[in-house]
Design a protein around this ligand. Structure first.
Ligand code: APR
Ligand code: ZN
Ligand code: ZN
Length: 361
């Protein structure tokens, strides 16, 4: 039996999103039907509706979500109806070269549900990041569901499904931030603020938050930044060096995704330090650096895909820390909104007013 539910759809490039009735099939082999409880509004949803990702309209938006498994298809053993789960957009395959080498967080062959969700006239929907969770129910691959403690708030838990995990993971997984390290985070939106939180969790001694917006710096400070630098007023490379005894930071996390901020990150780290790029650049961006500096400064230049997270390892662990009061995920929920308010949330996001607006169903 297929399910008719309300959902947020982007029908065409740049057009405002609309609330539509969609058809969600019952789960087939390896799939799970999830009743969505909360889903955060992310920049990527806006990129989809602006045609910035691809042209496969209509899109079913939403991908930072938590909910309850309603039913599962044949062969699904990892999750069961009634499980409270966070959705992820990289269900690992277990069989590619990365998985077989024991590095499943790099899986090169992640998958989604095979069946399509549709509009009532049969038009197939493209779910954002293979999820599509601005909907009362959605269909995903069972591997996209990670069971976590039901005691967590759905609005906070869902955020681990994308931006907040990317930021925390950029610090703890990709950057390997450790006790006593100095860290600088360039760009303190949702992702950078989460990198501040991750660095704090990992025991960094110094956490320098850099942004061009004082409000973002205030938030970063509340979340554990020990120092802030407004890079509209000051050269961030000099400021970070000054704050680290003239050396530069051990780890610099770039959470903007632009060549000029990447260069700042590159020069603001200590010799043999680490740069982590978690901000996502656009195709036309180019980087120019003296190759001798790349060699001479040593260390590691890394990219962080989704915080190099492994949902089965990281989601339950971070939810436990949240429930113990050691990780303030609620701080990322600036407002909760209804399903028909996503377009308004895009406007607020565009103005930079929010860390996250979260749709609660
Ligand atoms: N220097 C410092 N900070 C900057 C600069 C700059 N030149 N330009 C923009 N910023 C700051 C903004 O003020 C904002 O606080 O970067 C932050 C970006 O935050 P958001 O727009 O909220 O984006 P976020 O969701 O955090 O994602 C950051 O990671 O996942 C990717 O696509 C995403 O590239 C984006 C990045
Ligand atoms: Zn794999
Ligand atoms: Zn996202």
């Amino acid at each position: 039996m297929a399910h008719q539910v309300r959902a947020v759809v982007a029908r065409g490039k740049g057009a405002p999103v609309s609330l539509e009735t969609i058809i969600v099939p019952d789960p087939g082999p390896g799939e799970a039907l999830v009743k969505i409880e909360a889903c955060g509004v992310c920049h990527t949803d806006l990129h989809y509706r602006e045609g910035g990702i691809n042209d496969e309209f209509p899109f079913l938006l939403g991908h930072e979500a938590a909910g309850v498994v309603e039913s599962v298809g044949e062969g699904v053993t990892d999750v069961a109806p009634g499980d409270f789960v966070i959705l992820n957009w990289r269900a690992v395959c277990g069989q590619c070269r990365a998985c077989l080498r024991g590095r499943p967080w790099y899986c090169f062959s992640t998958h989604n549900a095979k069946q399509k969700m549709t509009l009532t006239d049969g038009t197939e929907l493209s779910p954002a990041l293979g999820i599509g969770a601005f909907a009362e129910k959605t269909l995903v691959a069972a591997g996209q569901c990670t069971k976590v403690d039901r005691a967590a708030s759905a609005a906070a838990a869902g955020l681990l499904g994308c931006g907040v995990m990317a930021g925390i993971g950029a610090a703890i997984n990709t950057g390997n931030v450790g006790r006593g390290d100095s860290v600088a985070v360039i760009g303190c939106g949702g992702v950078g603020a989460a990198a501040v939180v991750g660095s704090n969790l990992a025991g960094a001694a110094k956490i320098i938050a850099v942004d061009i917006d004082d409000a973002k710096l205030d938030t970063a400070k509340k979340l554990g930044a020990t120092h802030t630098v407004n890079s509209k007023d000051a050269d961030p490379v000099e400021a970070i060096r000054d704050l680290t005894g003239g050396f530069g930071a051990d780890v610099v996390i770039e959470a903007v995704g632009r060549p000029e901020t990447y260069k700042q990150a590159f020069y603001a780290r200590d010799l043999a330090g680490t740069v982590v790029l978690v901000g996502v650049p656009t195709p036309e961006m180019k980087l120019e650096l003296p190759l001798l500096d790349v060699f001479g400064r040593g260390g590691a230049l890394k990219s962080s895909w989704y915080g190099d997270c492994l949902p089965s390892r990281d989601f339950p662990m971070l939810i436990d820390l949240y429930l113990q009061g050691r990780l303030d995920l609620d701080a990322f929920v600036t407002e909760t909104i209804a399903l028909d308010e996503v377009e308004k949330a895009f406007e607020r996001m565009h103005r930079g007013d929010v860390l996250r607006s979260v749709v609660v169903l």
